[in-house]
Design a protein around this ligand. Structure first.
Ligand code: NAD
Length: 295
């Protein structure tokens, strides 16, 4: 079992720490929010007073922070985690951040003799609690091989996507496709309503026909066909509009940097931005059906 420093104990990091503790790891946990540290202590972790103190002496440091600027601040600028850990420490950033920052951080780690992977997740808070997250990892084979067993205590599917930044690349590509699919399913149901076609009938047909996709069969954006989908609880999140918008913006940054062509991704970003700006940022992202249906 390993000594793990864990920084960022929010909706995702909190339950991830609980699963590490359950698996027998010794976890020192820090968040700038004191209540979040207290919850981690209740789950069996030791509380730390700073990011640097959570990381000092750890064999593995895991971060679960909001965005690239927070990761940079923790690893290099304010907490200087990369300067306080011992040579050979493995760093795992599970935050969803931009590909460029992920690559920069891994390059900085390697300069200091540290191994680091980017390891963003999918599976949401439910997956974090159940220990069934999907991890998409970028980095060297040796860093991935060291990280895999500890990630397996928090997740079910652990993928090595490629070199540094490949995990973040996989994450933005996945969520770009998901956002477009959620809008496409919403448009189909909005048209069905106008044509007087029963929603359940459309679901029964389309879910076994060529438009079948996860956004329809597991997360249907209209109430009824999929009882567990957020549409049946007034779009309580789940995965919020704000989070989807964040990921779509990361995708558009990657598009600008790489020269890729994603016209529907650009439109999906505009639609989610307008919907968020209208005060819907806290709803589940499948609520985009309302914007499509209302025009
Ligand atoms: P969150 O806002 O609930 O948690 C982030 C935590 O980081 C907060 O508790 C915050 O106080 C803490 N923090 C910020 N700056 C810090 C610092 N300098 N030092 C220590 N702690 C600091 O967010 P979350 O929902 O847990 O998501 C974390 C990451 O996982 C994000 O990048 C998000 O995009 C990604 N993600 C979230 C979900 C989801 O469903 N919530 C799903 C997949 C991926």
């Amino acid at each position: 079992m390993s000594k793990i420093g864990f920084i960022g104990l929010g909706n995702m990091g909190g339950p991830m720490v609980a699963n590490l503790v359950k698996a027998g790891h010794e976890v020192r946990a820090f968040d700038i929010v004191a209540d979040a540290v207290a919850r981690a202590v209740d789950a069996g972790a030791q509380g730390a007073e700073s990011g640097a103190s959570a990381a000092g002496g750890a064999e593995i440091v895991i971060t679960m922070l909001p965005a690239g600027k927070h990761a940079r601040s923790v690893f290099l600028e304010d907490d200087k985690v990369m300067d306080v850990v011992e040579e050979g420490t493995l760093l795992i950033d599970s935050s969803t951040i931009d590909v460029t920052t992920a690559r920069d951080l891994i390059a900085e780690a390697e300069k200091r003799g540290l191994e680091m992977i980017d390891a963003p997740v999918s599976g949401g808070v439910g997956g974090a609690e159940a220990g069934t997250l999907t991890f998409m990892c970028g980095g060297t084979d040796t860093a991935f091989a060291r990280a895999e067993p500890v990630l397996a205590t928090m997740g079910k599917n652990i993928f090595h996507a490629g070199a540094a930044g490949a995990g973040q690349a996989a994450k933005v590509c996945n969520n770009l496709m998901l956002a477009i699919q959620m809008i496409s399913v919403s448009e189909g149901f909005a048209l069905a309503d106008k044509l007087g076609l029963d929603r359940q009938k459309l679901f029964d047909i389309a879910s076994t026909a060529t438009s079948q996709c996860w956004a329809m069969t597991s997360y249907c954006p209209v109430p009824g066909p999929v009882p567990a989908s957020p549409a049946n609880r007034d779009y309580a999140a789940g995965f919020t509009v704000a989070m989807m918008l964040k990921d779509l913006k990361l995708a558009q940054e990657a598009v600008a940097a790489s020269g890729a062509n994603t016209p529907l991704g650009a439109q999906a970003t505009d639609l989610y931005e307008a919907f968020a700006d209208a005060g819907n940022d806290g709803l589940d992202f499948s609520a985009i059906f309302r914007k499509i249906a209302d025009g």
